[in-house]
Ligand binder design. Structure first.
Ligand code: SF4
Ligand code: SF4
Length: 159
């Protein structure tokens, strides 16, 4: 009786590598495209990644369009009776949410370089978030400008 050769199992590790390579290439291309689009505007990116969505069911569209006027990069536009988004131009600044007349209509998720993720969809939440960021920056600045008590003590001891 003829023995049939065993079928070789597919190498799953090579599948993962190809998938990883494709994802990394797509991310690099996206980053390059964003840099090219944002460079003429002189806008610096603060977030390593992000996502913005607009709920077309609750958006007041035609009678509003405030987000389009508020967007500093022209990432939002009016087309075919609704607000469109050019994702490559969005820097997740939150200006559109701050001006939106409908809570939870625009949703933003953004990730900072330190890995911290922020999500907001209401002007109130955005203001609270910004207050927290400013307070933290003030605290860090004070620590930079004024030496700690231990530093004073060390200085006093050495005299
Ligand atoms: S988050 Fe900022 S850049 Fe992005 S669409 Fe809203 S206003 Fe424009
Ligand atoms: S500001 Fe809000 S409600 Fe107004 S058009 Fe933009 S997404 Fe729609």
């Amino acid at each position: 009786m003829k023995v049939m050769p065993k079928k070789k199992k597919p190498d799953k590790s090579s599948d993962v590598n190809i998938f990883q390579i494709l994802t990394e290439t797509a991310e690099k291309e996206k980053k390059k495209r964003r840099e090219e689009l944002l460079a003429p505007l002189g806008i610096k990116e603060f977030f390593v990644e992000g996502k913005i969505t607009i709920d077309k069911r609750t958006c007041k569209g035609l009678e509003c369009k405030l987000c389009i006027k508020a967007c500093p990069t022209n990432a939002l536009f009016w087309k075919s009776g609704e607000v469109g988004i050019t994702e490559d131009l969005c820097i997740y600044c939150g200006s559109c949410i701050l001006n939106c007349i409908v809570d939870d209509c625009i949703k933003i998720m953004r990730k900072r370089q330190n890995g911290q993720t922020e999500r907001f969809s209401k002007p109130k939440d955005f203001v609270t978030l910004q207050h927290g960021i400013c307070a933290r920056k003030r605290f860090e600045r004070i620590n930079d400008v004024f030496p700690k008590p231990e530093t004073y003590l060390e200085k006093y001891k050495s005299k």
